[in-house]
Ligand binder design. Structure first.
Ligand code: ADP
Length: 472
């Protein structure tokens, strides 16, 4: 763990083992910290905030830029580490390191543009100034599916704004996080500005929630834990950003360019073996193109090579753990038993020792099936046919979630009309990979609160100070 500029193991005798999901081998263990370490981290961040918040945006930008450069220099090592603990193929891991780093680069610049306002006053002798100030210590709690990007997407705007941070990475993937913090130390961030605690999620979470010195919680993960944090944050009225589950619909209209739709569906559905909150979860295809789309998607999916992420040419790595594999199996079995047809895949690849599942296409999926109602978080593409625009929009919106949706059509009016009617925070029109650092990422409804990325993302770490000045 890293607290107040020191690497520590804390008081604990307990360790969390990190496994490689590609072969279930143990690769490392990290200390299982708890309340005490979380408290120390908050204390150290609180003290450091007093000076860090007074540095200039330019000084913070220089340190962020140094961090960016070091990550770029060590990107291959970071990617190998990520593939080992998380499972995603090396090229994809390298892509994530670049994506993660793009937030650091972007916020190194954006921190310089935290502008205020001067508002015309109501009396001749008064002046109204509006200033933005960092909110304070920010707690960052992240999931295993993007071991680097989920941290930098939060830490970069927080640090650029002048906040200090306490980070808790996922139990499954603490190693990439530790390496990132090592590089931040090398970049020269002062002690206490960045702290990282590994260990018991409940204890650490509860400590930060009840700690008045922590003024912000930024969380990415399950809706269940997000709701728990939201309740817990109420007692000390903390600022909250939540990026929770998705249930992304992907709609292929009759006027779609089917080849583009297929190509982008593969990206949206199968990256990270389907384990992202913006992965398309249910696919609606207009009856007029359903045959062609399904056939072409089958051809594309059958090209995908499954295997250990460090092996050359692999497109799909293992799922994160046994539980994840069982969920995918359950969804596929249930769909089969309810009358859906497996077009390709549909089986776990149990001859290999990791948690592998074959990329799968299901046709004849219906609204009552698990795979159409719950986030499968696996390489399974269930296809359902629709006839009218009204029908498909209603089906797409018929969920408590609202993170990402995808739409394929060459008709501009149709694209805008449907996009505006979709109750989603992100709509990819003919685009299966919409996430970039300068755009706002986040969801409607139970998919979360707040946005990450762009100038929206830094606002999440800022308070507004209105100063009314009366002059003589
Ligand atoms: P996932 O299903 O993606 O693993 P989780 O919501 O369980 O999602 O985990 C996301 C992050 O939240 C992880 O870092 C995990 O350790 C943390 N977490 C889980 N339970 C709690 C909790 N009760 N309080 C705080 N953090 C938690």
């Amino acid at each position: 763990m890293y607290i107040n500029g020191k690497w520590i193991t804390g008081d604990t005798q307990d360790y969390i083992t990190v496994y490689n999901p590609a072969d279930q081998q143990e690769i490392a263990s990290v200390p299982s910290g708890g309340k005490k370490e979380a408290e120390e981290a908050a204390e150290s961040a609180y003290k450091a905030f007093k000076t860090w918040s007074k540095t200039t945006a330019g000084e913070r930008s220089l340190l962020l830029t140094k961090w960016f450069e070091l990550i770029e220099k060590h990107k291959e090592d970071l990617a190998v580490c990520m593939t080992k603990e998380q499972g995603k193929p090396y090229q994809e891991a390298l892509g994530e390191v670049g994506y993660a780093n793009s937030f650091i680069q972007w916020y190194a610049e954006e921190g310089k543009r935290v502008y205020g306002d001067i508002i015309p006053a109501s009396a001749p002798n008064k002046r109204i100034f509006v200033q933005k100030q960092p909110v304070g210590v920010a707690a960052i709690i992240t999931p295993w599916n993007f071991p680097a990007a989920m941290i930098t997407r939060k830490a970069a705007p927080a640090l650029a704004a002048g906040c200090t941070v306490v980070i808790k990475p996922a139990e499954e993937t603490p190693l990439t996080a530790l390496k990132l913090v090592e590089l931040a130390e090398e970049a020269g961030f002062p002690p206490g500005v960045i702290n990282l605690v590994t260990g018991n999620p409940k204890e650490i979470g509860e400590q930060w929630l009840s700690d008045k010195r922590v003024r912000k919680v930024s969380f990415t993960g399950s809706t269940e834990v997000g709701k728990l944090l939201m309740r817990g944050a109420a007692d000390t009225v903390k600022k909250l950003s939540l990026e929770l589950g998705g249930q992304a619909p992907l709609i292929v209209m009759g006027k779609a360019d089917v080849d583009t739709a297929v190509q982008e569906t593969v990206k949206s559905k199968f990256r990270n073996a389907g384990q992202t909150c913006v992965c398309s979860n249910r696919i609606y295809v207009h009856r007029s193109v359903a045959g062609e789309f399904t056939e072409k998607l089958k051809l594309a999916v059958e090209q995908l090579k499954v295997g250990p992420g460090l092996e050359e040419g692999v497109h799909i790595g293992p799922l994160i753990n046994q539980q994840a594999l069982e969920k995918v199996q359950r969804h596929v079995e249930e769909a089969k038993n309810s009358g859906a047809e497996i077009v390709t895949g549909g089986v776990s690849l149990s001859e290999q020792s990791g948690y592998y599942f074959a990329p799968t296409i299901i046709k004849g999926a219906t609204g009552d099936m698990l795979c159409m109602n719950e986030e499968t978080f696996g390489p399974v593409a269930p296809i359902s046919i629709f006839d009218t625009e009204e029908e498909v929009v209603e089906k797409a919106n018929d969920t408590d979630f609202g993170l990402a949706a995808y739409l394929f059509t060459e008709d501009l009016s149709e694209a805008l009309r449907i996009s505006e009617n979709l109750e989603y925070g992100i709509v990819g029109v003919n685009d299966g990979l919409p996430s970039v650092p300068q755009a706002p990422f986040g969801g409607f409804k139970e998919s979360g609160l707040g946005r990450e990325g762009g100038y929206y993302g830094i606002e999440e770490y800022l308070e507004i100070k209105y100063t009314s000045l009366s002059i003589k």
